[in-house]
Design a protein around this ligand. Structure first.
Ligand SMILES: [Zn+2]
Length: 361
């Protein structure tokens, strides 16, 4: 018995009931699926290869900035046009190629703050058109992140997006309450005071009460001291035990049987310790976001390649083996970009082991 047994669609991009069943299975077996930020076909390949080799499901997510990069940095992004087009292009690419890797893939988009909502609405328009034709949304899920607004505003507007659009197309919605510290993709929470980094159980219950009657397809990124990026230890303290309090509170107040009624998401996974992941996962975290560590891992292979081969990379012809020797084999992007894919792939594999996901298919 493995994760694929609970899925109707075993390989490629999954949606709706399959995503729900996969998350429930993850809670039951105590693993979390890494969510890998992808910005190009090359980073998609690195992530898919790692998941295939590790017999794991994977989440590929595109941020607003990553989406713009998918479109090309030279494309005008007025009204989020490039970020919408890039996300849609990335989604179609991932949908086409994912079945070749023989694993289930959740296709997701990352943080969408209030000022970026035109990006989300643009993608949802594509989702709705895709749903009309194919009976499923283009993306498995999106994240809306109104955590910078007041709590009431956050819950009210998230609920409206779920009700009016997301729930109607069998799509998942991830939201954030409390704040993930640090800096990522232009959102800077480095100066936020420490108390707002810890979400309270009452807040999680309030969200559950607002969203669950509309759709059970939602997850919550709750702050428990986590930060985006990698920082010197000691600045903030991770308290993953708080996540257990959330589950208990919702279970008791809703009189549920389920010990883990809420799908929780761990943001800012880079630089965290195995013991913190284990505890968070035991409390129902089903998704861990990993970006910063993978950016560094992708560079690693390329940096090493350039350092090792610098005398073959300075001119098209002429290297230590002879002044008429061609260097084409060395500067072909397929050679050095591949080195980045390989080191990123190995780092994703480490995450799959750390989150107990490896071998779960
Ligand atoms: Zn995040």
């Amino acid at each position: 018995m493995g994760a694929q047994d609970v899925l109707k669609r075993k390989t490629g991009v999954i949606f709706g009931e399959d995503v729900y069943n996969l998350f429930k299975y993850a809670q039951e077996k105590e693993f979390a699926i890494p969510a890998i930020n992808v910005t190009s076909s090359s980073t998609v390949v690195a992530a898919l290869e790692a998941a295939r080799d590790s017999k794991s499901p994977i989440i590929l997510q595109i941020s607003q900035g990553g989406a713009q990069f998918f479109a090309g940095k030279g494309v005008d992004n007025t009204d989020q046009k490039a970020s919408i087009a890039g996300a849609v292009a990335g989604a179609h690419y991932i949908r086409s190629i994912a079945p070749s890797y023989g694993i289930p893939v959740i296709l997701h988009t990352d943080h969408c703050a209030a000022k970026l909502l035109p990006w989300l609405y643009g993608m949802l328009t594509h989702d709705e058109a895709y749903h009309k034709e194919n009976g499923e949304p283009l993306f498995s899920s999106h994240m809306v992140d109104l955590s910078e607004e007041t709590k009431d505003h956050n819950i009210r507007d998230t609920k409206k997006i779920l009700k009016d659009r997301v729930a109607k197309i069998d799509q998942f919605l991830e939201m954030e309450i409390g704040i993930t510290g640090g800096e990522e993709d232009g959102v800077n929470n480095e100066k936020v005071d420490n108390n707002s980094l810890y979400t309270q159980p009452e807040d999680i219950h309030e969200i559950y009460e607002a969203l669950h009657p509309i759709s059970k397809y939602f997850s919550i990124a709750a702050g428990f001291g986590n930060v985006h990026g990698v920082y010197k230890p000691g600045n903030v303290k991770l308290r993953p035990e708080l996540l257990g309090d959330h589950q208990k509170y919702v279970k008791e107040h809703e009189k549920l049987e389920d010990d883990k009624p809420v799908f929780l998401v761990f943001h800012g996974g880079s630089g965290s310790k195995k013991a913190d992941f284990d505890k968070a996962i035991s409390h129902g975290v089903v998704k861990v976001n990993l970006d910063t560590d993978l950016q560094f891992a992708y560079l690693d292979g390329i940096r090493q390649y350039v350092l090792d081969n610098q005398h073959y990379l300075m001119t098209q012809i002429g290297n230590p083996d002879g002044e008429d020797k061609p260097n084409k084999k060395y500067y072909d992007p397929r050679v050095w970009v591949r080195k980045g894919e390989e080191t990123m792939r190995e780092r994703v594999k480490q995450a799959l082991v750390a989150f107990n996901t490896a071998g779960k298919l």
